[in-house]
Design a protein around this ligand. Structure first.
Ligand code: PMH
Length: 385
């Protein structure tokens, strides 16, 4: 795939491979790994990420949407896929036709899914989502649980093949809520099984939980952020026997360099004024690429040195202050390393008062993703329209 713009993200598949392998090593042998590749693999591209994670020891894939799961199937991926979010109950037929496992989270949902399945004669597999304290999706009250269990036990088309929950606070020092949620999950899971019969898979751990309490992995853990080489929160990785390797970096090339005279202002709203004679360079990335205006004031790397973003970030371009000697065509690293300098995902996230997860997710499809292996470009993903 060709692209003509000089702004791109690099995704290091070797990093995804080694992160997955190292994470695998933390777990008991019979605990399986689900690679969470929703939101286009947290912005890293779902298909190559999924393939790499599977090659490194993951067995399952998780998406948020049925659409994402179907896209993986269309790319030829045959591993088991669970849609972690809600799908419309009538779409179970489409999910099943694509060998995709769905999430059942309320009795009414199962009732409607059964009806749709009956109308087409198509059976479907689902995991039951238990709300143990996140209060997002799932069975919460004992009335809901009992109603669900009795409907599931008499269902002709839907098969309960797993049960799961999600932690609200696995990434913080305080662990009592994780313990509370785990206890409630087990209690509800046992209650469901006593009516429905044996359900083979139980899972609750995201990256933070699996890394901190590997023994609580049940039969499956769901790795997202850690597989991409980022830490769920600063307090998590200190005790890991290996370093996570960030897979995502972001780069551009300077288009235009000029000298600012004292008093010259920069960009919309004239929020930056040159105090002395200085050099300013234009970089072809802007808020339409997901490089939003709040990055103003942050640093990027040019020639191994930190250079500040000055003035407002525009839709497609921004301006940085550079040392003498920097010319058009020079490499700019917005996230990643140059020489001994490094701008981390966490540094970029801190400017926006957000978390590392959000940054690669919001770098838009207008930024080509170059997939790399052993330092060589393997594929380009770029779909601007
Ligand atoms: N399982 C579920 C149900 C999730 O929603 C997520 C991430 C994961 C596993 C993976 O978590 P990890 O990336 O911390 O390993 N979900 C989200 C979310 O909804 N917002 O941020 C992360």
């Amino acid at each position: 795939m060709t692209f003509y713009r000089d702004t791109w993200a690099e995704v290091d598949l070797d990093a995804i491979h080694s992160n997955t392998k190292n994470l695998r090593g933390l777990l008991d042998e019979n605990v399986q790994i689900m690679a969470v590749v929703k939101a286009d693999g947290y912005g890293h591209k779902a298909v190559p990420t999924a393939e790499e994670a599977l090659a490194a020891g993951a067995q399952w894939l998780g998406t948020a949407l049925l659409d994402e799961a179907i896209a993986l199937r269309e790319a030829g991926i045959t591993a088991p896929i669970l849609v972690l979010g809600m799908i419309r109950p009538e779409d179970v037929v489409t999910a099943a036709a694509n060998d995709i496992i769905v999430t059942a989270f309320q009795p009414w949902w199962l009732e409607r899914a059964e009806k749709a399945a009956a109308a087409s004669g198509q059976s479907f597999d689902y995991h039951i989502k238990i709300d143990s304290g996140m209060h997002r999706l799932g069975l919460k009250t004992n009335e809901e649980i009992d109603a669900f269990a009795s409907r599931a036990a008499s269902a002709e088309f839907g098969r309960a093949v797993g049960m799961f929950t999600h932690f609200a606070q696995a990434d913080e020092q305080e662990t009592s809520y994780v313990e509370e949620q785990t206890a409630r999950f087990q209690e509800v899971a046992d209650r469901l099984e006593s009516v429905i019969g044996s359900i083979p898979v139980r899972h609750c751990a995201n990256s933070a939980a699996a890394m901190r309490f590997p023994e609580a992995g049940f039969s499956l853990v769901r790795f997202g952020i850690s597989m991409y080489g980022l830490t769920p929160s600063p307090s998590i990785t200190a005790d890991l026997p290996f370093a996570l390797k960030p897979a995502f970096s972001l780069h551009s090339r300077i288009t235009h360099v000029k000298t600012l005279e004292p008093g010259d202002t920069v960009s919309y709203g004239r929020t930056y004024t040159a105090e002395s004679r200085e050099r300013a360079a234009t970089v072809p990335i802007g808020y339409a690429d997901g490089w939003i205006r709040m990055h103003q004031g942050g640093d990027v790397l040019v020639n191994g040195q930190r250079c500040p973003i000055i003035g407002r970030i525009c839709m497609d371009q921004m301006i940085i202050r550079v040392p003498e000697g920097i010319e058009s065509g020079e490499l700019v690293t917005l996230i990643g390393a140059q020489g001994s300098e490094y701008v981390s995902m966490e540094e970029a996230a801190a400017r926006l008062d957000t978390i590392n997860y959000e940054i690669p997710c919001v770098i838009s499809a207008r930024v080509p993703r170059l997939l790399q292996k052993q330092g060589r470009k393997t594929e380009v993903y770029y779909n601007i329209l």
